[in-house]
Design a protein around this ligand. Structure first.
Ligand code: CP
Length: 305
C-alpha cells in the first residue's frame, strides 16, 4: 500500500506484520539512544486540521527517531485561514516533495480525497467519524502485549460510538483478528445498522460488560453534537461512566483502555483511570510512538527510493 487510510481492507497478516514491527520499536524507544537512520533523507509533514496531543506528537517523535525530517504545519497560522482549500493546501505542500503527509481532518473521507491529489504517501490521523487506523493499531498492540493474543478475547467498546472514528477502526481490526466485539451505548449514540459490522449492541453497561476481557471507553464528543444530544453529565456518568462497581461484572483481570483525551468523571471514574492495576491508558500512549514508527517505516519502503 502507498497510503494508510483505514483498517478496513487490511488483512490479519498485514495487521500482524505492523504489530510485530512496532513491538521491536517499543524496546528501542526505552533505550537512552533512541535515534535510528532508517528514514534518513525522508520528509514527513504533519497536517492537522483538528486538535491533537497524542497523535501529532507521537508522529513527530516517530519520524524524528527514525531519522526523517519532521515538519508540523500549523493550520491555525496557515493560509487555510485566508480561504485556501484543503486540496490547494495539500498540493502546495506536495510540491515541496515530502515523502509522507500525516493528515487529520474533521470530515469523513477528506483524507482519502487528499491522498488522490498528491504524490506523497498519506497516513490518516483521524477523519471525522470514519477511521483512526493508528489508534486501532496501538490499541491492538497494547492488548497483545498484555494478554499475549487478541483472537478469542471479548472486547467492549463503550460510550459515544456515533461520533467515534476510534470505534470504527477498532471494530474492523478486532473483527479481522477474531475478537468478539460488543458495543455499549445509549440508543441515541449508536449508529444506524452498526450490527452489520458484526458487533453486538447493548444499552446497559451491566449486561454488556459481563465477562469481558477488555473495556475500551470513549470520550463523549460534545463538540460534534451541535446541540442535538447534550445529556446531563451527571446522568451520563451514572448510566455509562465506567466505575469500579460497573467493572465488577467484567473478567477479574479485565483491562481498562481509553484513547484519550479523557473526560474524568464523565465517561470514566478518575481513580479507576489512574489505577495501574487496571488501566493501561498510558501504555497506549507509549505504544503509539512505536506503532507510528512501524507505519512510517513500511510506507516509506513502498515509496520510490
Ligand atoms: N487518541 C487521540 O487521537 O488523541 P489526540 O486527539 O490527542 O491525538
Amino acid at each position: 500500500h502507498r497510503h494508510l487510510l483505514g483498517i478496513e481492507g487490511l488483512t490479519a497478516d498485514e495487521i500482524g506484520y505492523l504489530l510485530d514491527l512496532a513491538d521491536g520499536y517499543v524496546d528501542l524507544n526505552r533505550q537512552a539512544e533512541k535515534k535510528r537512520s532508517t528514514l534518513k533523507g525522508r520528509t514527513v509533514i504533519n497536517l492537522f486540521f483538528e486538535n491533537s496531543t497524542r497523535t501529532r506528537t507521537s508522529f513527530e517523535l516517530a519520524a524524528k527517531r527514525l531519522g526523517a525530517d519532521a515538519i508540523n504545519m500549523s493550520v491555525a497560522t496557515s493560509s487555510v485561514k485566508k480561504g485556501e482549500t484543503l486540496i490547494d493546501t495539500a498540493q502546495t505542500l506536495n510540491a515541496m516533495h515530502p515523502d509522507i503527509l500525516v493528515v487529520r481532518h474533521g470530515d469523513s473521507g477528506a483524507v482519502k480525497l487528499l491522498s488522490e491529489k498528491v504524490h506523497a504517501g498519506v497516513i490518516n490521523a483521524g477523519d471525522g467519524n470514519h477511521e483512526h487506523p493508528t489508534q486501532a493499531l496501538l490499541d491492538a498492540l497494547t492488548i497483545r502485549r498484555r494478554r499475549g493474543r487478541i483472537a478469542g478475547l471479548k472486547v467492549a467498546i463503550c460510550g459515544d460510538i456515533l461520533h467515534s472514528r476510534v470505534a470504527r477502526s477498532n471494530i474492523h481490526l478486532l473483527n479481522a483478528i477474531g475478537a468478539e466485539v460488543r458495543l455499549i451505548a445509549p440508543p441515541t449514540l449508536v449508529p444506524t445498522a452498526i450490527e452489520r459490522m458484526g458487533v453486538k449492541v447493548y444499552n446497559r453497561m451491566e449486561e454488556g460488560l459481563e465477562g469481558v476481557d477488555i473495556v475500551m471507553m470513549l470520550r463523549l464528543q460534545l463538540e460534534r453534537m451541535h446541540g442535538a444530544f447534550i445529556p446531563s453529565i451527571r446522568e451520563y456518568f451514572h448510566f455509562y461512566g465506567l466505575s469500579y462497581q460497573k467493572l465488577a461484572v467484567a473478567a477479574p483481570d479485565a483491562l481498562v483502555m481509553h484513547p484519550g483525551p479523557m473526560n474524568r468523571g464523565v465517561e470514566i471514574d478518575s481513580e479507576l483511570a489512574d489505577d495501574i492495576d487496571r488501566s493501561v491508558i498510558l501504555d497506549q500512549v507509549e505504544l503509539g510512538v512505536a506503532v507510528r514508527q512501524a507505519c512510517l517505516d513500511v510506507l516509506c519502503r513502498n515509496l520510490p527510493a
